[in-house]
Design a protein around this ligand. Structure first.
Ligand code: RIB
Length: 308
């Protein structure tokens, strides 16, 4: 299925501090390693798609500063079309990531230039949306921009994907513009705190017009809720090094696989494997897999679309 995938999202420089454990309040804790990686959920998902061979256009913003230039150049080298990535007078987005020995993370972001991605930037890309196959969104840019992109995507006949991270309160009206929503368990709970459990939350969102919910459950795999269909898919057993961007790898691989014409079941298995590979590697964009990496893990784990 032809046409580009438009990612409207954030671009960050990630500063990663490896720690033996997470510090307590008021404590100064010596870390063991420091790394700097290109990141940001929008940029990560754009790179994830490009590495798999998709035609990707990113709408975003960086600062007119050295990090902004480095990140934009890096995206271009990955094959992402950055002609709609604006250079602004606001500093480039940043993320401070503490990473524990067992691969868990705590992330603090400063939006910076990501806050300058506006509904006007989306509307200025009307022609692009018209020819696009899909629109992939996250929540590290202003919500009104995400809403504008979901709306224009739907009106243009695109498949609309939303990774609701970092989680924020969403207006009920957005759900009927979304074809695929992929929260993790904590995010789903935060979206609908009044419901008793995630099954009830999923039913509520489907009732509000969401087409398909894919619940990411980390090492427990993922569950799908779509129409009357309810299914669970296993996770891939991997040795976790760093879970940063595993969700971004999932999002990119899922979109790519659907666009390639695979049924949803197969796309979810491929996406679970992509997240699994990313978790075995350090960093955000540095961890995103190629098609060969993903298929290798699927082969090793002997998990294919029939194994759920
Ligand atoms: O999803 C991982 C990303 O979250 C990191 O790259 C960091 O920049 C934050 O946005």
């Amino acid at each position: 299925m032809g046409g580009p995938i438009v990612v409207v999202g954030s671009i960050n420089m990630d500063l990663v501090f490896r720690v033996p454990r997470f510090p307590r309040a008021g404590e100064t804790l010596p870390g063991t390693e420091f790394h700097r990686f290109p990141g940001g959920k929008g940029a990560n998902q754009a790179v994830g798609l490009a590495r798999l061979g998709a035609d990707v256009k990113l709408i975003g913003a960086v600062g007119r500063d050295p990090y902004g230039k480095e990140l934009k150049d890096g995206l271009q080298k990955e094959g992402v079309d950055v002609s709609r990535v604006n250079e602004t007078g606001v500093t480039t987005g940043m993320a401070a990531i503490t990473l524990s020995e067992d691969g868990e993370n705590r992330i603090i972001t400063i939006a910076g230039a990501n806050r300058q991605v506006t509904p006007e930037d989306v509307l200025a890309a009307k022609e692009l949306f018209r020819e696009a196959w899909g629109v992939l969104l996250q929540l590290e840019i202003p919500l009104k921009t995400v809403q504008a992109a979901a709306r224009l995507g739907q009106e243009s006949g695109c498949k609309v994907f939303l990774d609701p991270a970092p989680v924020a309160e969403l207006p009920r009206s957005i759900y009927n513009r979304i074809d695929y929503l992929f929260p993790n368990s904590g995010e789903l709970e935060a979206l609908l705190p009044a419901e008793d459990d995630n099954e009830a939350r999923a039913e509520k969102l489907l009732g509000w017009g969401l087409k398909t919910l894919i619940l990411k459950k980390g090492d427990e795999g993922s569950s799908v809720f779509s129409g009357k269909d309810r299914r669970a898919f296993p996770a891939f057993p991997v040795k976790v090094v760093d879970t940063t961007a595993a969700g971004d790898a999932f999002a990119a691989a899922f979109c790519y696989s659907l666009q390639a014409g695979f049924p949803m079941e197969k796309a979810i298995v491929f996406a679970n494997a992509a997240g699994g590979v990313a978790a075995t590697r350090l960093g955000a964009q540095s961890s995103l897999p190629s098609k060969e990496d993903i298929l290798k893990l699927q082969k090793e784990a002997k998990i294919d679309e029939m194994d759920y």
